[in-house]
Design a protein around this ligand. Structure first.
Ligand code: ADP
Length: 681
């Protein structure tokens, strides 16, 4: 492609490039969405974990508070004087009433025997092997409280928790324990208050050994179970520290959960473990909804991007194909194609233009068109360009000469304005064809026509002068023949008289022919001026002139009323009608009443007139010949005449821009038809 050609903005894009771009865009979108979703997932779990950690902390504090109440109570009992057993029992009963969930309180001596109890029937029992006794005896130095796993007591084996505190003797040695049995309900209300109530959520209180002290909801299913080996509890143990959060599978119901685990961190109290958890499903529900919406949006976007890409691609392929075709067309054709700015600079020239000027396309681009157009033709070219830039047509044609490598050539240009997308004219595109040969041919023809016209005029002049001048000697021959006849007829024998007659007849015929020739040469020359001629009137005058022969023939001549008016020579039109009607009368069929009609009909650019008769008709081989000068189909003996009439008719019709012909069936009649351009009915 020649340089300087401005491509469309899409031309740089390749279909594969577009697909690459849109697939990359789609992938990027998907990856970003993935990252976003993952971040959202993590953040959702983090938030849930943080919330659960808070809940666990609050729960732990509440458990701690509850234990403190029990501890204070135990301490008060431990510090009460033990000498009056009844008073102590009453005191214990009063104290334990503060916490309704306390079933009983009792004091055990160093050997494990219950010495005083709020329920007297347990006094004397041996608890030395019970965990609450043994563990209370072996508590680390700073701790003074032990909480047991749920233990079945009484006849109905209902579960209680034993909370025990070691007693020390006067010199600090182990002196038994004071303990209370607590109903599980003690922690139940507390656990109930901390979890959300959401399906699958729950709160647990567990001993340091992994025995579930309490759970909400559904404590009956879990209490007493040991979870030391599974789930959040063991993870918490492994992780160390007092507070942890996990996403895990629970040891109790095998479901995925987010849990916060917290150990009681008060040194005096047993390190019970609080676990609060929510099902992962519930935690992720809002995120899942968001992810679904996002996936739907991204999915729609991806489909839209790919759909648009396919569409764009199809357009691009079509555009490129059409550009290729257009370029191929412009480049390969022999016509010259240029594009130029409204300020006269060429911005594109095709191969043919560059080649014909012996240039590279790049060398021509940027120059003014004036560089290439002949000086004399520049004003016309500039005018054509201005027309191409103006309404309404926005196109123009011009013929100009251009200096090419092969010499000065005539080029016919056709140019049109080109607009940009917003409708502003940006360039003019013009296609030019070398018409040098045609122009030369046209000039030659014009020259020939001029010459022909001249020689025609000379010929007519000659015919006129010759026929005019010939009549003089003819007249002399005729008059001397007359003289000879008058004076010397008596001297001549029969043959001599006949020869004289032939000579006189020849001279007469020649005179008639010369007269006819004179009339023929006059057609179109001695015009009585062009004007509006009513053909109806012309026909009437002709009929009037022919009144005698028509009357003699006994025939009828009918003229249609709608004969038109045309622009022409009146005398010639009368002559035309007279010759045709006269012939119809002359060449009538003997024994058949003659009818002649003159009519007219409209044709695409004027009128067709018809003079029809029912005479002897004309054989087809005479259709052309009868219009030639002095051409006849009959001898003079049969029909008078010189054969000039129809030649005059043809000359008149042709001088008026029409043509004449005959249609005939021999023996039936003839229709002489001629056309005349323009005119009105
Ligand atoms: P002319 O009548 O003097 O012979 P024209 O040029 O008028 O010369 O006619 C040429 C010939 O055409 C005639 O000799 C005749 O044979 C033939 N012709 C012309 N008009 C008619 C017609 N209406 N019917 C039959 N033949 C015709």
């Amino acid at each position: 492609m020649p340089s300087g050609h401005k491509s469309s903005p899409l031309a740089g894009l390749r279909p594969r490039g577009i697909w690459g771009l849109s697939v990359s865009l789609t992938l990027l979108l998907i990856i970003l969405t993935g990252i976003q979703l993952q971040t959202g997932y993590r953040r959702t779990i983090q938030t849930a974990s943080a919330n659960l950690a808070d809940t666990a902390r609050v729960t732990e504090e509440q458990v701690r508070g509850s234990l403190r109440v029990v501890r204070l109570m135990l301490r008060a009992i431990a510090e009460a004087p033990r000498d009056d057993t009844n008073a102590l029992r009453r005191f214990m009963a009063t104290r334990t009433r503060i916490v309704p969930e306390i079933r009983q309180a009792f004091i055990v001596n160093a050997d494990g025997i219950v010495t005083i109890a709020t329920l007297p029937q347990v006094e004397g029992r041996d608890t030395s092997e019970r965990s609450f006794f043994r563990n209370a005896r072996e508590l680390p130095p700073a701790r003074d409280l032990f909480v047991s796993e749920p233990l079945p007591i009484g006849q109905n084996n209902s579960l209680v928790i034993m909370v025990s505190m070691p007693l020390s003797g006067p010199d600090g040695q182990f002196d038994g324990i004071v303990a209370v049995s607590l109903e599980l309900g003690y922690f139940q209300t507390l656990l109930q208050s901390v979890h959300s109530g959401e399906e699958g959520a729950g709160a647990l209180l567990v001993t340091p050994e992994g025995d579930i002290i309490d759970r909400d909801p559904e404590p009956e299913l879990y209490v007493g179970k040991n979870i030391a080996k599974g789930g959040a509890f063991s993870m918490h143990r492994k992780a160390g520290g007092t507070a942890n959060t996990f996403v895990h599978v629970t040891a109790t119901d095998g479901k995925e959960k987010v849990s916060a685990v917290r150990s009681l961190s008060e040194p005096a109290l047993p390190p019970l473990v609080v676990i609060v958890g929510r099902p992962l499903d519930g935690v992720l529900a809002p995120w899942r909804a968001e992810a679904l919406t996002m996936a739907a949006v991204v999915g729609t976007l991806v489909i839209a991007i790919l759909g648009l890409t396919a569409l764009l691609n199809r357009h691009l392929v079509a555009l490129r194909a059409s550009e290729e075709r257009y370029r191929g067309l412009i480049e390969t054709q022999n016509d010259l194609v240029v594009r130029l700015t409204p300020d006269d600079r060429l911005v594109f020239v095709n191969e043919a233009f560059a080649r014909s000027h012996g240039l590279d396309a790049a060398q021509a681009v940027g120059r003014s068109w004036r560089t290439f157009v002949h000086e004399e033709d520049q004003p016309a070219t500039a005018q054509a360009l201005a027309t191409a830039l103006s309404p309404p047509a926005f196109r123009a044609t011009v013929e100009c000469r251009m200096t090419m490598t092969c010499g000065l050539r005539w080029v016919s240009w056709e140019g049109a304005a080109i607009r940009d997308m917003s409708g502003n004219i940006v360039e003019i595109q013009a296609a030019g064809r070398d018409i040098t040969e045609w122009v030369e041919h046209r000039d030659r023809q014009a020259e020939l026509l001029r010459n022909l016209d001249k020689s025609n005029r000379e010929l007519e002049q000659f015919a006129y002068v010759a026929s005019h001048d010939l009549r003089e000697p003819l007249r002399m021959i005729s008059s001397y023949l007359g003289l000879l006849g008058r004076r010397y007829t008596a001297l001549l024998d029969e043959d001599g008289r006949q020869f004289m007659e032939f000579a006189r007849d020849g001279a007469k015929r020649m005179d008639q022919m010369v007269l006819d020739l004179l009339e023929f040469s006059r057609v179109g020359r001695l015009r009585d001026g062009l004007g509006t001629v009513s053909l109806g009137e012309a026909a009437s005058i002709a009929i009037l002139n022919l009144a005698l022969p028509i009357k003699e023939s006994g025939g009828t001549v009918t003229v249609a009323p709608d004969l038109p008016e045309i622009t022409g020579a009146r005398g010639e039109m009368i002559r035309l009608m007279q010759n045709l009607i006269g012939n119809a009368v002359k060449y009538r069929q003997p024994g058949r009443p003659l009818t002649v009609t003159v009519s007219a009909e409209r044709n695409h650019d004027g009128w067709t007139l018809t003079v029809a008769d029912n005479g002897i008709g004309i054989p087809p081989d005479g259709f052309e010949r009868i219009f030639d000068i002095f051409q006849r189909l009959h001898s003079r003996a049969d029909y008078e005449g010189t054969g000039i009439g129809l030649a005059v008719c043809r000359k008149i019709v042709e001088h008026h821009g029409g043509r004449i012909w005959v249609e005939s069936v021999p023996g039936e009649g003839s229709r002489f038809r001629f056309t005349l351009p323009g005119g009105q009915a």
